[in-house]
Design a protein around this ligand. Structure first.
Ligand code: EPZ
Length: 422
């Protein structure tokens, strides 16, 4: 397995291009199942998760062709469709469950494997099942697979979710787009990736209003047509790279970034003493002098502080002046980076969903292990400011959500190398 070696190298400077959003693209690609006409996605990220979704869609009978060095995905689903999403692919990536809604809407039936356990939490699918059942689907679990059927097709309905789940909102949106009649989703997730999916579905002929708010109205249509859609910028990749100059000092511009996608995060950076500015071409971040101030963070659904930036923010707060408390309210097991940061000399106490970070002067490089996608990049960020060498192993986690991380950080002056598995 590859590992990444990082050496603290002082302030950073330059520009980092921000790619299209992984979590938007993983919802946009299954939308191709809703129509027999081509759907083209531009500004697509080049990541192993995108390749896994490509593999899954191909197993269902769709075609996905990566063009222009992978930045454009030409997708279509005009042939015979296989309604079974196999465990062997689904277990690699939870987002595979985003084919359930579109398959149900297109075929009236679907058989989708449950993804199984995940490092950061149990992550059941009950909210997805309740939402699609509200549209008239009968869903039962058999041999680890959800067997879903909508005799006579899906029917519009009013449904309130018990929690604003991102994935369940995306499955409901895609399913209701082809249901008979009007659907109203209450307590819907409001993430920018939901807005991007709704934009794409509208470009395909869907009638959707209210995306970005907690109440979405969908007027079902008989069929959807082809479209071309640019994937929104990746706000989590953006936040991650904004933390690099915040941790090391210096000034970096994240090209293509938009502050409005992560305002709550930018407010915390500002409170910590980091300057953040929207420019014509991106987001400029700088930290001139003095130590970072401690801040408290609570993760919440959008527009609250994103859970996908919690680990990276913890890396920053390890060397802050004072004590910070981070509360993780979305996933029940998302502090596995803490013991690894403590191997680098951080002073952290974890109690259930709370982590108390007592800022130390300096971190020291050490061999550490990545446990999940966001934890892996938090260790790289910590290594950028640590004394000596940090070796992060199991970086396959990282490649799921960050394209060319070494090149991007090297481009602003970081000392970082990938060591290929021998
Ligand atoms: C999406 O996951 C993202 N993944 C996650 O990013 C992100 O952390 C999460 O939203 C929250 O923002 C993708 O978009 C592919 P949820 P999703 O349904 O849709 C519970 C990353 O690092 N829940 O909003 O799976 C669930 O267990 C990844 O890029 C149920 O209990 O998130 C969790 O505690 C990690 N039952 C909470 O809700 C359900 O049926 C939020 O889950 C569904 C969810």
């Amino acid at each position: 397995m590859d590992s990444i070696v990082v050496r603290g190298n002082g302030p950073l400077s330059g520009q980092i291009p921000i790619a299209g959003a992984k979590n938007a693209c993983l919802a946009l690609m299954p939308a191709t199942l809703l129509s027999d006409e081509p759907l083209t996605l531009t500004n697509a990220p080049r990541l192993s998760d995108i390749r896994t979704m490509t593999e899954l869609l191909a197993s269902l009978g769709a075609e996905v062709t990566a063009l222009q060095d992978g930045k454009v995905l030409a997708t279509s689903c005009h042939g015979e469709i296989n309604p079974v999403a196999d465990y062997d692919i689904v277990r690699k990536m939870r987002a595979s469950n985003l084919v359930l809604g579109p398959l149900l809407a297109r075929l009236g039936h679907a058989v989708v494997s449950l993804p199984g356990g995940c490092a950061i939490g149990a992550r059941p699918m009950d909210i997805h099942v309740d939402a699609l059942s509200a549209l008239g689907a009968e869903i039962e679990l058999k041999d680890g697979y959800l067997h879903a059927e909508a005799k006579g097709g899906l029917k519009g309905a009013v449904h309130e979710m018990r929690f604003a789940s991102v994935g369940a909102t995306e499955n409901f949106l895609m399913a209701a787009s082809l249901a008979k009649g009007t659907s109203v989703l209450k307590n819907a997730a409001r993430e920018p990736e939901i807005v991007d999916l709704a934009k794409c579905l509208r470009a395909m002929g869907a009638q959707i209003e209210g995306d970005g708010t907690s109440e979405i109205v969908i007027e079902g249509v008989d069929r959807l047509h082809g479209a071309t859609h640019p994937v929104v910028a990746d706000r989590i990749e953006l936040g991650t790279y904004m933390l690099a100059p915040a941790i090391c000092g210096g000034e970096v511009e994240c090209l293509g970034g938009r502050i409005d996608l992560i305002e709550s995060f930018c407010e915390k950076l500002d409170a910590a003493g980091v300057s953040v500015e929207q420019t014509h071409t991106g987001v400029k971040v700088s930290r001139k002098n003095g130590r970072i101030h401690a801040v408290d963070v609570v993760t919440e659904p959008f527009p609250g502080f994103p859970t996908d930036l919690q680990a990276q923010m913890m890396a920053l707060l390890c060397t802050a002046e004072g004590t910070s408390v981070l509360e993780e309210k979305i996933f029940e097991n998302r502090f596995m980076h803490a013991p690894e940061l403590m191997r680098m000399g951080a002073n952290i106490e974890v109690h259930g969903g709370h982590a108390t970070v007592h800022g130390v002067e300096k971190l020291k490089g050490a061999p550490v292990m990545a446990t999940d996608l966001r934890a892996s990049v938090s260790l790289i960020l910590a290594g950028l400011a640590a004394e000596g060498e940090t070796v992060v192993s199991r970086v396959y986690h990282l490649d799921r959500g960050y394209e060319r991380v070494e090149e991007k950080l090297k481009g602003v002056g970081a000392h970082i190398e990938r060591v290929k598995a021998s």
